[in-house]
Structures are given as C-alpha cells and as structure tokens.
Design a protein. Structure first.
Length: 138
C-alpha cells in the first residue's frame, strides 16, 4: 500500500505544481507543508485562499487514503482566521469520525510561527476500492 499510496499522492500534479510536500502520513493523520513564494500570492499581496485550501485538501487526501480505502472529498468548508506573513504553511489533518462509507476530518493550517491561519472541515466518501494497509506509514 505504501507504494500505491505514494504513487497516488505523487500523481497529484497540481499539488506538485504549487510545491506541496508530504511530511508525515498514517491512517487518519497527515502533515503536509508548502514553502510560500510569489506564485502563491494574490492581488493584495497575501497568500491566495486557493493555495491554502489546496494544501489542506492534500493533507486530507493523504490522511484519509492512508486508511486503506480510496477516499474522495464530497463536502468541504474552510474558515480563514488570519493572513499569514510567514514563508511556510503547514497543514495537519486529523480524522474526527469514520463509518463504513463516510469520514470526517479537520485540517488545521499554521505558519512556521504556529499562527493558526485556517481550518478546513471536510467530509470524505470511502469508495469500494480497497488496498493492503501493511505498508502505509512514512
């Protein structure tokens, strides 16, 4: 599963394009980070909300898929708490609840100073595709 999960995550071409790096993953938990550059800034010179959402969504994807079942987001709500002045964003995804088909996660986004930048609440749908869970930890 580790190889399958890593290929799945590495195949996320948009995450790679914006510079997201997977730091840690285990079933129901993941940490991802993104170094901030000019390409992440919006017209008022703060980090674009879509960049923050993409980082949080990728952390969710890693944490939820590490459980051994292909899981896709079906509903998401993000709250932005403050603009980050930092150079790095870190997203920490944690499973809140899970059933046979539905998983709920919270993803907190911080900068390198531990300022709480945003929180994503996301619901995932567990597809019928399963994988061997024996090798998923990084």
């Amino acid at each position: 599963m580790k190889d399958k999960l890593m290929k799945l995550l590495e195949n996320d071409r948009f995450a790679a394009f914006v510079g997201i790096e997977l730091v840690k993953v285990q079933p129901g938990f993941a940490v991802a980070k993104m170094d901030i550059s000019e390409k992440h800034m919006n017209g008022v010179n703060i980090i674009q909300g879509g960049a923050i959402f993409t980082l949080a969504d990728f952390a969710f994807a890693a944490a939820s898929n590490a459980c051994g079942q292909i899981t896709v987001g079906i509903n998401a709500n993000i709250s932005y708490f403050k603009a980050s002045k930092g150079k790095i964003l870190i997203a920490e995804a944690k499973e809140v609840s899970v059933s046979q088909k539905i998983a709920n996660f919270n993803v907190d986004v911080f900068n390198e100073n531990k300022d709480h930048i945003a929180q994503l609440s996301i619901t995932g749908f567990k597809k019928s595709e399963k994988a061997d869970k024996s090798d998923i930890y990084l």
